[in-house]
Design a protein around this ligand. Structure first.
Ligand code: SIN
Ligand code: MN
Length: 199
């Protein structure tokens, strides 16, 4: 079922249990090649989410600001985008270009993400596709201005959210995780994969 949340299309249960497990395995390979790190904001605050990336470009945040880079902070190129994530993009994005970046966010029981816009990409006609795996997350969606009205939805394992069209620049964030709500990850937690065309 597709639910509209402030213009963002949430494809609930897009990935079945078998595909979720296979995608987690693919993400494990990404994390082996490009270890998770905890980014800092410009002001030097550590984010609660741990991150890494796959694809031509990875998203980085540090004291120099937000940007895309072709290499992990350890100097290596990012690994390839997981094939199953690419398939999800091709299923739901509605565009013919393939993504150039797959951000991997790992949320432990206490992690969250503040309200923000995704605006480090060159072409806002290209959608953002986000895949949820593991514990459920309370996802908050606003409009294109900070501080406006918001709506919330629980994103469960296998759900896919598409931020495109008028909702491409909508503010969004994760208020909290519901620990223990999924058994997909043996130690719990949540993985979010965010696919984007960057250039
Ligand atoms: C993000 O906006 O980068 C992540 C969203 C999510 O974790 O669902
Ligand atoms: Mn985002």
């Amino acid at each position: 079922m597709i639910v509209d949340v402030g213009g963002i299309a949430v494809h609930q249960g897009h990935l079945g249990a078998g595909d979720q497990a296979a995608l987690v395995e693919e993400v494990r390979h990404v994390v082996q090649a490009a270890p998770l790190f905890r980014p800092e904001t410009k002001r030097g605050q550590k984010m609660s989410v741990r991150m890494t990336s796959a694809g031509t470009f990875g998203w980085i945040s540090d004291r120099k600001g937000y940007r895309y880079e072709r290499t992990h902070p350890d100097g290596h190129k990012w690994p390839q985008i997981p094939p199953l994530a690419l398939r999800v993009w091709r299923d739901v994005s509605g565009v013919t270009r393939d993504p150039e970046s797959c951000l991997v966010n790992f949320y432990d029981a206490d992690a969250k993400m503040g309200m923000h816009q995704d605006r480090d990409e060159a072409n806002f006609d290209m959608p953002v596709v986000s895949i949820s795996l593991g514990d459920a997350a309370l996802f908050r969606v606003g409009g294109s201005e900070r501080g406006g009205k918001t709506q919330s939805i629980w994103l469960g394992s296998g759900d896919v959210a598409v931020m495109g069209g008028a909702a491409r620049l909508n503010y969004h964030g994760v208020d909290r995780i519901r620990p223990g709500s999924s058994t997909l990850l043996p130690k719990g937690g949540r993985i979010n994969l965010t696919l984007r065309v960057v250039s």
